[in-house]
Write a protein that binds this ligand. Structure first.
Ligand SMILES: [Zn+2]
Ligand SMILES: [Zn+2]
Length: 165
């Protein structure tokens, strides 16, 4: 006759099985291993929180402490409130933007009449034929319309005479 589990449990103290299981060295070892994993994970999270916070320019020491005092939860909270990007990245982006802005200011010119892009030395807008600059009477370089004197060759635009010192 095959004994059923119920019959087996009835034979002995039903809790004896559980007690035996709980006291087995394998379970104790497993428990310690699980604990070790949790501790290692905790330490790793503290380290990660600290380094990530310092990379993002957050208060890294404070967040490291939070991660120590509140295992897992501290890191979770940090994940929610942390700055969205790395400090290096945002600095780089700002720098790129500044460069781009300067380039725009220096190199891109717009026709005052039709707002199309024109080159710095265009005399006439190719889109609307608006007169953008005038050529120097002496050296033919493009001059702003209001300039009375060529800054390249020093020629007075009305008299055509070169300025002499
Ligand atoms: Zn134009
Ligand atoms: Zn000139």
């Amino acid at each position: 006759m095959i004994p059923t589990i119920g019959a087996l449990l009835l034979q002995e103290d039903p809790f004896q099985v559980i007690t035996n299981f709980l006291e087995s060295p394998i379970l104790r070892l497993a428990g310690q291993l699980v604990l070790l994993v949790f501790v290692v994970l905790w330490v790793a999270l503290v380290y990660w929180t600290f380094t990530d916070a310092s990379r993002r320019g957050a208060l890294s020491v404070l967040w490291g402490l939070v991660a120590v005092v509140f295992p897992y939860v501290g890191t979770l909270v940090y994940l929610i409130v942390r700055p969205p990007e790395y400090l290096d990245e945002s600095r780089e982006r700002e720098l790129e933007l500044a460069v781009l802005e300067r380039e725009l200011r220096n190199n891109v010119h717009l026709c005052p009449n039709c707002r199309n892009l024109v080159e710095r030395d265009y005399l006439i807008c190719p889109s609307c034929t608006w007169e953008l600059k005038k050529p120097c009477v002496s050296c033919d370089r493009p001059l702003n319309m209001e300039w009375g004197l060529c800054p390249y060759c020093g020629t007075d635009q009305r008299s055509g005479k070169k300025l002499t010192w």
